[in-house]
Write a protein that binds this ligand. Structure first.
Ligand code: FES
Ligand code: FES
Length: 188
């Protein structure tokens, strides 16, 4: 049996240049979670249906479970860990998710945040219909869709509450690394 030969790639992840040796079959999701310990990005369906693994690749939202790590060579990647400012202050979007109660178990929230971030970067003032369309690829088993849409509306309107300092809430907002979790949000 022949062993897969590792390939050297370079990524800029949340503004930090990283060099990695990756197996040809490893996905960007594998690399983020297992090699870089950025476990805010969640692993769930692995077939591009749930959006839990959404990250931005050169500014475009992608399902990281569907991108081979070697395909991302040379790209910039933004994960949920990169949304808060370096001093731990949540982005207005993250704060709005908390303010609107859009976070229940929290499992889908990193992906929801990344899709919403990409949506607002492309269209800073989306209509509700555009929000619903832009977020259609992100599933929430807790059914928090209305609160999530309201949070995006709040961020668009600039009515986010005061930016909050880092703390346990950030985990709830999906901004910190955590254990590999299931769709039910249970640590494994
Ligand atoms: S884990 Fe990638 S889309 Fe579900
Ligand atoms: S908050 Fe979305 S799956 Fe629980």
């Amino acid at each position: 049996m022949t062993m897969a030969v590792a390939t050297s790639i370079e990524l800029v992840v949340n503004g930090v240049r990283r060099q990695l040796d990756v197996a040809p079959h490893h996905t960007l999701l594998d690399v983020l979670r297992d090699d870089l310990a950025l476990t805010g990005t969640k692993e769930c369906c692995l077939v591009g249906e749930c959006g839990a693994c959404t990250v931005l690749l050169d500014g475009r939202s992608v399902d990281s479970c569907l991108v081979l790590a070697v395909e991302a060579d040379g790209a910039s990647v933004l994960t949920v860990e990169g949304l808060a400012s370096p001093d731990g202050r949540l982005s207005a979007l993250q704060a709005a998710f908390l303010d609107q109660g859009g976070v229940q178990c929290g499992f889908c929230i990193p992906g929801q945040l990344m899709s919403a971030h990409a949506l607002l970067a492309d269209n800073p003032h989306p209509s509700r219909a555009e929000v619903e369309e832009g977020m259609a690829g992100n599933l929430c088993r807790c059914g928090c869709y209305l609160q999530i849409f309201a949070a995006i509306d709040q961020a668009v309107a600039g009515k986010a509450p005061e930016v909050r300092a880092a703390g346990p809430e950030i985990h709830a907002a999906g901004a910190t690394a955590g254990a590999r979790t299931t769709a039910e949000g249970l640590d494994q």
